[in-house]
Design a protein around this ligand. Structure first.
Ligand code: OOG
Ligand code: NI
Length: 447
């Protein structure tokens, strides 16, 4: 037997299985997928230019498989085991997000593929948050939460056995990969039966809804999945027609000719009935749906400008006012690819055209790409942003916490504590984008 299943194949299989499970568990998510598919089709039909551009940038084939999801865990051991599991699927921890800044008691990373070929095949990412029990002010409750978490096993024995086999042999047969995906799925399945009694749930919930969400169940249910749309404004506008109530504002930058970073919106979490360990019925809000529109990855300089402008925009009242205000403030961020390159604000992937290939010998390392672009020898496609945005993530978290949410005190977030729990360092997203750009330049003979 050969251990020949690639990480990309396992990730693809896993993301499909997750999507099927979530559509079954949360029917509104299926409706959202249909809406997004309709809107994407409409956009492509009306814009043959965009269709061609996406096809050339290898973005079209992945559009319909594109998804991210999110989970929240309670202990270092859980986080570390997830890191090992996701590695089997070619997903690595990228970036550190401190959400306590926004009153949400977690810090997070995103597990995602990092190689160009893997990203273009299936970029499935999981935003993974670790609960910060140190932010529970009441010591008794903190101890109680810790001991509940210490007793649970969110992974099946089958999952751990297969994982260990994989690590020893560096591979899976197809049958092992199938079994592994099924076992891993169990960890992310919704559990109607809470592991705590009603009173414990209530005191956890009183401190923060997220603490109750992480501590009270046997697994770490996937709390949303997110398809990628080509026109988020249209999906947001059409959600109510399909019986979906969107959150108030679209997070992130405004609509632009050259889209940057990431725009996101979601629908509110469902109220789902659960059963406490003392047989009392109750309800819990955790699971929702989200959509995203992805644009260009920004350099540290571009990102700093984005952060400054976003701060200037301030809080939103309603989506229309907010989008107008964003447009106004972001008029200071160039919306022209050449200008973005000239100011070093974004990352690009360079490619020789057939004419460029024909003149390869004339292209020297270090030469300025812009005249070559003018001459039609070279094209530069924006590199897609594959990560997340802390302010937007906080907005998504918060839209699901309801009005009764009261933020916990901020602070003392520590990336090194997070990395210690993870058992590895998180990768730097800027370095990854820069490497993609460099490699593309090298292929063209520009470096
Ligand atoms: C994660 C919320 C953040 C995103 O897309 O920014 C997120 C969560 O609610 O667990 O998914
Ligand atoms: Ni999300």
């Amino acid at each position: 037997m050969v251990n020949n299943v690639t990480a990309d194949e396992i990730r693809e299989q896993f993301s499909q299985a997750m999507s099927a499970m979530y559509q079954q568990e949360v029917p509104q998510y299926g409706t959202l997928l249909e809406l997004v598919a309709d809107v994407n089709l409409g956009v492509l039909e009306k814009n043959p230019g965009l269709h061609e551009q996406l096809a050339n940038a290898d973005e079209l084939s992945r559009l319909n498989v594109e998804r991210h999801g999110a989970i929240r865990v309670g202990t270092a051991h859980e986080l570390e085991t997830l890191r090992r599991i996701f590695k089997v699927m070619g997903m690595f921890p990228v970036g550190y997000y401190d959400l306590s800044q926004a009153g949400v008691p977690v810090h997070s990373t995103a597990f995602r593929p990092i190689e160009e070929a893997s990203l273009s095949r299936n970029p499935f990412r999981i935003f993974t948050s670790l609960l910060r029990l140190d932010l529970i002010p009441d010591e008794g409750l903190r101890r109680r939460a810790e001991s509940i978490l210490a007793q649970r096993h969110i992974f099946t024995p089958g999952c751990i056995t297969l994982l260990t086999q994989y690590e020893r042999k560096c591979g899976f047969t197809q049958a092992q990969a199938d079994a592994f995906v099924n076992e891993v799925l169990e960890t992310f399945r919704w559990q109607r039966h809470a592991t705590v009694d009603a009173a414990t749930y209530e005191s956890l919930h009183q401190t923060h809804q997220l603490i109750a969400d992480v501590v009270s169940f046997r697994g770490c249910h996937i709390n949303h999945l997110t398809p990628r749309t080509l026109d988020i404004d249209r999906v947001q506008a059409q959600m109510p027609e399909r019986g979906i109530v969107p959150k108030m504002v679209i997070e992130g930058p405004p609509r632009r000719a050259v889209p940057i970073l990431l725009r996101q919106t979601s629908f509110k979490a469902l109220e789902e009935s659960i059963m406490f360990s003392d047989q009392q019925p109750g309800s819990h809000r955790a699971r929702f749906g989200e959509i995203e529109q992805r644009g260009m990855a920004l350099t540290p300089k571009g990102r700093a400008l984005y952060d400054t402008l976003l701060r200037e925009v301030g809080n939103a009242r309603d989506n229309l006012t907010h989008q107008l205000r964003l447009q106004e403030v972001f008029s200071r961020f160039p919306d022209d690819a050449r200008e973005v390159r000239r100011q070093g604000l974004g990352y690009f992937r360079y490619r020789l055209t057939p004419a460029g290939e024909a003149h390869r010998a004339a292209i020297e390392p270090g030469c300025d790409p812009e005249p070559l672009i003018d001459r039609g020898w070279l094209v530069a496609h924006p590199i897609t942003y594959e990560d997340f945005l802390p302010v937007s993530a906080a907005g998504i978290f918060q839209s699901n916490l309801g009005d009764e949410a009261h933020p916990l005190s901020h602070g003392n977030a520590s990336r090194s504590d997070f990395e210690m729990a993870l058992g590895a360092s998180v990768l730097n997203e800027f370095a990854l984008y820069q490497e993609l750009e460099k490699r593309s330049k090298r292929r063209c003979g520009l470096l």
